[in-house]
Design a protein around this ligand. Structure first.
Ligand code: ATP
Ligand code: MG
Length: 199
């Protein structure tokens, strides 16, 4: 009898800030796919000017740690924020595969993100490195089109119309983000005055 392989979910995102939509997506997919762990991977921050609106990686990393700390199956990886330059999902998966060769990878993505998948760098290798799980998201149609059903699975999750963009706008305008993001993240945003002075 062969031993059961470790099942590792990978939740990539900018997490600027992390919110309950991300957490519900990870939790639902973990239950549906019997995952042993879900690793949240905040993207790197491009050094060039036009992306200076993305909050410093260290803040996004720490908010993700705060948001996931209470769940024994959730962890956070620095693999993307410690790699210089733009984050490509192929690099994330290659690095995680090298770090955890014992694990089968399940890459979790929302309906909006999977739509761009064909345009991703090295799309074929992507599907060899991980099984892709596309979750529903309010305001976006989950259309897997010609994507191979053996490699991508659609999963319906509770609809949370929450986006980081809206959370940032709320924080900037002094409107509440309570209950859209975990309490510790609300407090982290306030403590570091994130989003307040951004243009
Ligand atoms: P932004 O508005 O800055 O783009 P976001 O809310 O889309 O932020 P991301 O960090 O871009 O958050 O998303 C990371 C991943 O989580 C993506 O695959 C995205 O599709 C998915 N996701 C984000 N919010 C939700 C949600 N409310 N429901 C389901 N999936 C979501
Ligand atoms: Mg997004």
């Amino acid at each position: 009898m062969t031993a059961r392989r470790f099942r590792l979910g990978v939740m990539g995102g900018t997490f600027d800030p992390v919110h309950h939509g991300h957490l519900v997506a990870a939790s639902e997919v973990a239950a549906r796919f019997d995952l042993d762990e879900v690793i949240f991977v905040p993207t790197g921050r491009p050094t060039f000017k036009q992306d200076s609106r993305v909050t410093e990686a260290e803040h996004r990393y720490l908010m993700t740690v705060v948001a996931t700390a209470s769940n024994p199956r959730f962890t956070v990886s620095r693999v993307d924020i410690d790699r210089p330059g733009l984050t490509y999902t192929i690099d994330t998966l290659r690095d995680l595969h090298a770090q955890r060769p014992d694990a089968d990878l399940f890459f979790i993505t929302g309906a909006d993100a999977i739509a761009q998948i064909a345009a991703w760098k090295d799309a074929d290798e992507l599907f060899d490195l991980a099984h892709f799980v596309a979750v529903t998201r309010p305001g976006h149609t989950l259309d897997l089109g010609t994507l191979d059903a053996l490699k991508v699975t659609a999963v319906e999750i509770p609809a949370l119309a929450i986006s980081s963009t809206d959370c940032r706008e709320r924080a900037r305008a002094g409107r509440p983000v309570w209950y859209l993001v975990p309490d510790g993240v609300v407090q982290y945003i306030q403590k570091h005055r994130l989003y307040v002075d951004a243009s």
